[in-house]
Design a protein around this ligand. Structure first.
Ligand code: PLP
Length: 415
């Protein structure tokens, strides 16, 4: 569900015409819908009504500060994976007691910054990290609340690059190692193990893998209780999928029911780290057709957005629906929608049937609100696109378009 809809055959973001946004802000342009973000957060968070829980938006999915502020106003916490993300969420005014910090490679200064802000907890992914946090906390004479990230070895049945809870993945610790790590953590003077964490993957389209993970975690929790540990939090991570094409993921309410059902006897505060399900379908990328080119084997539509702006198709072979901003009659055509970058892998869609596109047409690339702008780069010295947030008929420039000078700003010493 989202609020990008056609009115008189013209695409709108809520009450604002996309064509008008493009007139003002040019292309490529990321457009987010505030109403959609609120709706998705609400749908997700309310699915856990009735149990103690904290929904922490996964900042890496969309870290625009306007988006973070909007979610914070709805009561969202934040799941961060770097010092840079900590900096962002603090600037967005998030209560540090609603911040959890995940990631396999936290640096010493990042740990110090997080302790200084007194975040809710670290999700710890290795023994050495545990010892490092204990050391840094010791130097600061504070206590670090931690969960250990366990890798329950369940197959999330998603793309291999976004599976994270399999034995062979770099994330977390297997159950055996995790148990000994909790035992290691117990006597550490500056560590308080308060929770169990896991995140098994992204774009999951059924609840079963989550429930499988939960079954293993519950058994593991029992072992920790037997050791005399006081575990208060269970972090189930993120990963609930969305519809890009034909996928039919469970509604958050169904996900919530299943999880609540599985946890009902346990007195734990549940933490959730949704990213994609909140932001994915709350954003589109609008691009302009530069040229069309027919070759003997293919029809190319060359647009002004490229893999540096939206990497997912190149990185994962991901599907993003593409449709004209101005609906038109006429024939459908199989095309590759490609960008200007000098890489064969630079495409937004391959072999896609869309209405025949002409020079200067505007195309909307849907489901671009998560892992879109946050994965962008300046490859080929392309300034990054602007981001706007639409709220009914109000338009907020959430990030201005980069200009050439932005490309060189950090190399000033060389000229
Ligand atoms: C990426 C990530 C998430 C969010 O995943 P989604 O699939 O976007 O919900 C949550 N937790 C951790 C630890 C992650 O790495």
């Amino acid at each position: 569900m989202h609020y990008f809809e056609y009115r008189n055959r013209e695409l709108f973001a809520e009450d604002v015409s996309i064509r008008e946004l493009v007139r003002e802000f040019d292309t490529p342009l990321y457009i987010y819908s505030a109403r959609t973000l609120r709706r998705h957060f609400q749908a997700f968070d309310s699915a856990f009504q009735g149990i103690s829980h904290l929904t922490c938006f996964s900042v890496k999915a969309n870290s625009n500060i306007c988006v973070l502020k909007l979610l914070a106003e709805m009561g969202s916490g934040m799941d961060i994976v770097s010092g840079g993300e900590l900096f962002r969420v603090l600037k967005a005014g998030i209560d540090p007691q609603k911040i959890v910090y995940s990631g396999v490679g936290k640096r010493e200064h990042e740990i110090r910054e997080a302790l200084l802000s007194d975040i809710l907890m670290f999700n710890v992914e290795s023994r050495q990290e545990l010892e490092k946090i204990n050391q840094v906390a010791g130097e600061m004479n504070v206590q670090a609340r931690v969960s250990l990230r366990i890798n329950p070895d369940v197959d999330p049945r998603t793309h291999p690059y976004i599976s994270t809870g399999l034995k062979k993945n770099k994330f977390g610790m297997d159950l055996e190692q995790a148990l000994s790590s909790y035992q290691l953590a117990m006597p550490l003077p500056y560590i308080q193990p308060v929770g169990i964490d896991c995140h098994i993957g992204s774009q999951l389209t059924s609840v079963e893998p989550f429930l499988e993970a939960l079954e293993r975690i519950k058994i593991f929790y029992g072992q920790l209780v037997d050791l005399g540990m006081e575990i208060r939090y269970l972090d189930l991570g993120g990963g609930l999928g969305i519809t890009y094409d034909q996928e039919d993921p469970p509604h958050p309410a169904e996900f919530g029911r299943a999880v609540k059902d599985s946890l009902k006897e346990l007195d734990l505060t549940l933490i959730l780290e949704p990213g994609r399900v909140i932001a994915g379908n709350a954003g589109i990328l609008v691009t302009r057709v530069l040229y069309t080119k027919k070759t003997p084997s293919k029809n190319f539509v060359i647009v002004d957005a490229a893999m540096n702006d939206l990497l997912r198709p190149s990185l994962y072979g991901s599907y993003h629906r593409i449709a004209p901003v101005q609906e038109k009659d006429g024939s459908l055509c199989y095309v590759d929608v490609v960008g200007p970058i000098c890489e064969t892998g630079d495409f937004l869609a391959q072999g896609r049937e869309i209405p025949e596109a002409e020079q200067d047409d505007l195309l909307a690339v849907f489901s671009a609100g998560a892992y879109g702008f946050t994965m962008s780069s300046q490859y080929n010295s392309r300034p990054r696109p602007a981001e706007v947030l639409v709220d009914k008929n109000e338009v907020i420039l959430a990030r201005r378009r980069e200009v050439y000078f932005d490309l060189l700003q950090l190399e000033e010493q060389c000229f």
